[in-house]
Ligand binder design. Structure first.
Ligand code: NAD
Length: 353
């Protein structure tokens, strides 16, 4: 498959597809964007804008493509991926890959048996600052990681997406943080003790503002909670704390990844995603401390806005073409989904608000 043109189809032409997948796949040498499937009435217009066409269903699209990009809401992913894998089509799916680790394991088996690739868009792995930090950890700069504190606090950024398929903040932002915790370190939460708590930081009745989407939330029912805290302890005693908020009211969106190791610590302060604050916050800053010594700033290359999305698709398309392995890459994804589904179970049993 390495030399031939890859035929790609997109299922779900909503917010992320219009920002990331459509611009990438409509404009890449060696790739033909064959069509889009989405029941929304403006899908024809979107298809025309990107020089492609619409299909009535995934089943109609499948015979014409080699790769399907799934960009629908999380709860629909597992079933759509299953259809693609059974038809022996490669799949590149938005996060979360599925809502249970059992589904991920089943889909990994299906991909293996059908000889096709299955990939999840864990986009933040492709950020230069995150990769730089991961490299420092893997080369042993701070010794074995013992405590991970990963947080993503949006100033005002509740997705303007009402309805039963909308995912909460745990799955929206927490899935990135949980994946990074597993991918950057050897931490294994499979048998870990988990706690999860959630709340709403804004006063009841305050208007919702989806600044992340650049628009006010007009008809959106406020989510049951906009902020979540998850803690877990791996079998080797390593602690992990994940904090995520859609609506913190802080002056700007902020992400902080802190890893304390046996011989030092690394801290990255940055801004992820499509945040309107990404270009205004001065710089991603990685600091390192050795054995209780002072924080020392470390050079971190600054990404141009959203460079990580093209880096991600370049890598995943490379994997489809057979240049990288893919099954092992799914293990952090499966384990992070296992962690999130347990946290979700705890939240469902007793939401504090
Ligand atoms: N990697 C990232 O940085 C990133 C950023 C934003 C969203 N996402 C993920 O992308 C996914 C979509 O998010 P979004 O913000 O674009 O949502 P969205 O609601 O804007 O778009 C989803 C689209 O899917 C369509 N759809 C739903 N069910 C379908 C089906 N069965 N077949 C065909 N089309 C269907 C809807 O009509 C809608 O147009 C989510 O899983 C989200 O977590 C990832």
């Amino acid at each position: 498959m390495s030399e031939q043109t890859l035929r790609v189809g997109i299922v779900g032409a909503g917010w992320i597809a219009r920002k990331a997948q459509l611009p990438y796949f409509a404009d890449r040498r060696g790739i033909r964007l064959v069509g889009i499937v989405d029941p929304l009435p403006d899908t024809d217009v979107v298809a025309r804008d990107w020089g492609t066409t619409t299909y009535a269903s995934l089943e109609a699209l499948i015979p014409d493509v080699d790769v399907v990009c799934v960009c629908t809401p999380g709860p629909t992913h597992a079933e759509l991926i299953r259809i693609c894998l059974l038809a022996q089509k490669h799949v590149i799916c938005e996060k979360p890959l599925a809502m249970t680790s059992g589904e991920v394991a089943e889909l990994m088996g299906l991909a293996r048996r059908n000889g096709v690739g299955m990939f999840c868009c864990m986009t933040n792995r492709y950020r230069a600052d995150v990769q730089y930090m991961a490299q420092r950890i893997r080369e042993g700069s701070i010794g074995a990681p013992r405590m991970l504190t990963f947080s993503w606090l949006r100033s005002r950024g509740v997705p303007a997406r009402p309805g039963p398929l909308s995912q909460g903040v745990l799955w929206d932002l927490g899935s990135h943080l949980a994946d990074l915790a597993l991918w950057m370190t050897e931490w294994d939460p499979t048998e870990s003790a988990v706690t999860a708590q959630a709340t709403r930081l804004r006063p009841a009745g305050a208007p919702l503002v989806a600044s992340w989407y650049g628009s006010a939330c007009v008809d959106v029912t406020p989510p049951a909670y906009d902020t979540v805290l998850l803690t877990a302890q791996g079998t080797d005693g390593t602690l992990c704390r994940i904090e995520a908020s859609w609506d913190s009211g802080l002056p700007h969106d902020m992400c902080r990844l802190l890893v304390v190791g046996e011989a030092g610590a690394l801290m990255l302060q940055t801004v992820f995603g499509w945040s309107p604050h990404r270009q205004t916050v001065e710089t991603p800053a990685l600091s390192m401390s050795h054995d209780g010594g002072p924080w020392t700033p470390s050079y971190v290359p600054q990404d141009r806005q959203h460079t990580e999305y093209s880096a991600q698709f370049d890598h995943l398309i490379g994997a489809v073409r057979g240049n990288t392995t893919w099954i092992t890459d799914m293990e952090p994804t499966r384990k992070s989904i296992h962690l999130l589904e347990r946290a979700e179970g705890i939240l469902e049993q007793g939401r504090p608000i």
